[in-house]
Design a binder for this molecule. Structure first.
Ligand SMILES: *Cc1c(COP(=O)(O)O)cnc(C)c1O
Length: 387
């Protein structure tokens, strides 16, 4: 049971307490308008989210998984195609690829502690069936888009960015989501820009691609009640979520600076401990969806923290290539050593804009106590001998 002083990785209850009046007012505005699905609020949100990125188009959809799925369909990925991505991401990255009959091809992550795709192994994974790279800006930090786009161009591959964890992250001053052919976002409540329910979006600079996503979102209909080309799906975004997202989009600069301030405090307070802190890759401004640290005795630490009311999380404990649902890919333990090692060591510290400094201090204090007790008693033995 969660006690009052307990801390978790996410909490949006506090945010709701602060924003309750304007959220309820937005909900009432939508319910009173008589338009509940794909109306003015979705259209306004689409315009505002596109201009937040300096992107030509945004299509609001029902969740991040379907945003990816529609983006992949719209860039022309078909059944039997191979799509290169990473295995240390949220399962939906691979689920979306699988949903259109394509096969994820997992490559390892870099050894530099960034948790991001190792660009030096991408070319070796390309086969005649490869049509796309799905780049995951994991935890809120951009992958090396210059190298990735160069490889994609050389081999004629599409690039779809999975930005579900990276709203507002930049890479050499450019927003994530604006590098590839299209980008998918999730507005799941825990995400940096979260709805009060499910939501997602695709952004792109390509007019025809945006039109295809729009059509696929609504059954594949171009005009009313007429499915012209490919039958599509129902992936619509609700007006009420769009209106709430509009309110929250205005606060993005505040959300991002709050997350970055929390991360800076963790960086400082953990620097002299055995906990491995996140590495920032060159040119990146991290958005800190998650603050992911590492320690070889992760599970001992999580258990002990649980005893004192600190409930942490592992994103993700099982790399996708080792999930039984993806056994058909024929991958085994040892195939992605850096991914696998990291999945055994990582855990996420509390990270959300309304997290209080005293809560952070408590987490750090407990982490210090536990990791110090885990230190091998080598030093004290030496001291005893030298006395
Ligand atoms: C959350 C997430 C998704 C899926 O988003 P949903 O809105 O839950 O469907 C996809 N990819 C990544 C990396 C995510 O974190």
């Amino acid at each position: 049971m969660f006690q009052n002083k307990d801390v978790g990785v996410w909490s949006y209850r506090r945010e709701y307490e602060n924003d309750r009046a304007e959220i309820l007012e937005a909900v009432d505005r939508v319910f009173s308008s008589g338009q509940l699905i794909l109306g003015k609020s979705v259209a306004s949100f689409e315009n505002e989210f596109a201009s937040f990125h300096g992107s030509r188009h945004c299509v609001g959809v029902d969740n991040g998984t379907n945003a990816l799925m529609l983006a992949l369909r719209a860039v022309g990925i078909c059944a039997g195609n191979e799509v290169i991505t990473v295995a240390n991401t949220a399962a939906p990255t691979a689920v979306a690829i699988n949903a259109i009959g394509a096969h994820p091809v997992f490559v390892d992550i870099a050894e530099n502690g960034s948790f991001l795709i190792d660009v030096s192994v991408i070319e070796k994974a390309i086969t005649p069936k490869t049509t796309c790279i799905v780049v995951v800006h994991l935890y809120g930090q951009a992958a090396d888009m210059r190298s990735i786009c160069e490889i994609a161009q050389k081999y004629g591959l599409a690039v779809v960015e999975d930005c579900a964890q990276a709203h507002g992250a930049t890479h050499h001053g450019q927003m994530v989501g604006t590098f590839g052919d299209a980008a998918a976002f999730s507005f799941y409540p825990t995400k940096i820009l979260g709805a009060y329910g499910d939501g997602g979006a695709v952004i792109t600079n390509d007019d025809a691609l945006a039109q295809r996503v729009r059509q696929l979102r609504g059954y594949g209909m171009k005009d009313r009640y007429f499915v012209e080309d490919t039958p599509g799906f129902n992936c619509r975004l609700d007006e009420v979520q769009a209106e709430i997202l509009r309110l929250k989009l205005k606060k993005m600069p505040d959300y991002l600076s709050a997350r970055r301030a929390i991360a800076a405090r963790y960086d400082e307070w953990l620097a002299d401990t055995d906990i491995g802190i996140p590495t920032i890759s060159p040119g990146n401004e991290h958005a800190y969806y998650l603050y992911v640290v590492r320690h070889p005795e992760r599970d001992v630490i999580l258990n002990e923290l649980e005893q004192v009311g600190i409930h942490l999380n592992v994103s993700y404990r099982w790399p996708i290539h080792l999930m039984s649902g993806f056994a058909y890919l024929g991958m085994n333990v040892g195939d992605l050593p850096v991914t696998e090692k990291s999945s055994n060591e990582i855990f996420s510290l509390p990270m959300y804009p309304s997290l209080q400094i005293d809560e952070q201090l408590r987490v750090i204090g407990e982490l210090r106590r536990i990791t110090e007790s885990l230190r091998k008693p080598v030093k004290s033995k030496v001291r005893v001998l030298s006395l």
